[in-house]
Design a protein around this ligand. Structure first.
Ligand code: HEC
Ligand code: HEC
Length: 218
């Protein structure tokens, strides 16, 4: 009696499986790709901005923030400026450029790289799409993939797999809900995490705007 895998059927089956595995292997994102994305100045700068600047300048850089009241009439809006100006005021603080002393100098607290990164982010902070891109690339790509096509590094671990967000047929309200409450609350896979505690309402709105830009016409 032949073992099953030596039968003609078995050989065909095994060849198909190997072919399949090879295709999957080629399509899978590499750790290196993910690290490259996370090292983009925009993405790193967003993290710096969130830790050091958001409390005064607001998540959208519009000066609507927790600390706004403390600075009364002061203008906390991040205006469109050159990157040289951004880097300078971040290094030396408001006083150093003839502005308010309430804008701290960061040169002792942030590295040169962090200052350059956050300056890049300042040029994008007024755009919901760019802010959302930073949220997505920081939190979602391991499962949904760098392109949002559901082919992230961790995707093979899950069944059902992470949704292909470039082909989503769901509207913005649905996306906002499943991101905030997680898959389980929506009767979907509990592998889709609950983000409502880790991300702000603004960040969730922003990532939904970004997702709109990656949906392909069906
Ligand atoms: C404690 C509150 C506070 C924090 C924290 C803070 N800033 Fe400011 N920032 C200010 C104030 C106040 C001004 C307004 C200065 C003025 O107009 O006189 C300002 C002004 C600015 C400006 C100039 C805006 C313009 O175009 O006129 C930039 C750029 C800026 N801050 C970037 C940052 C960055 C980047 C961080 C985080 C690394 C940061 N700020 C953190 C209070 C703060
Ligand atoms: C640990 C893996 C994982 C991470 C991280 C993750 N997701 Fe998901 N997500 C899933 C899975 C799995 C599904 C599919 C659930 C199902 O089909 O039951 C899903 C589904 C979704 C859906 C529903 C799409 C549709 O068309 O139905 C959206 C929207 C979504 N995720 C957005 C996000 C966003 C935004 C982030 C980052 C803030 C994120 N996900 C992070 C695993 C993940």
């Amino acid at each position: 009696m032949l073992h099953w895998c030596c039968s003609r059927f078995g050989i065909a089956f095994l060849l198909t499986m190997f072919g399949f595995v090879n295709v999957a292997e080629a399509a899978r994102e590499r750790r290196q790709d993910v690290e490259e994305i996370r090292a983009q100045p925009l993405i790193r700068g967003a993290v710096v901005f969130k830790s050091y600047c958001v409390m005064c300048h607001g998540e959208a850089g519009d000066g609507v923030a927790r600390a706004t009241k403390l600075y009364g009439q002061m203008n906390l809006v991040i205006m469109e400026r050159s990157s040289e100006f951004y880097e300078k005021i971040i290094r030396v603080g408001g006083l150093g450029v003839g502005l308010s002393k309430f804008m701290p100098a960061w040169k002792d607290e942030l590295t040169d790289e962090q200052i350059k990164d956050v300056a890049v982010y300042l040029s994008a902070v007024g755009s919901p799409e760019k802010r959302g891109e930073a949220v997505f690339k920081t939190n979602c790509i391991l499962c949904h993939g760098i392109k949002g096509n559901g082919k992230g590094r961790a995707a093979v671990l899950y069944d059902p797999p992470p949704a292909d967000l470039t082909r989503s047929d769901k509207n913005d309200d649905y996306k906002r809900l499943i991101i905030t409450m997680g898959g389980k609350a929506m009767g979907r896979s509990e592998v889709m995490p609950v983000w409502g505690k880790q991300l702000t309402v603004q960040e969730i709105d922003d990532v939904v705007v970004y997702l709109r830009t990656i949906v392909m016409d069906l």
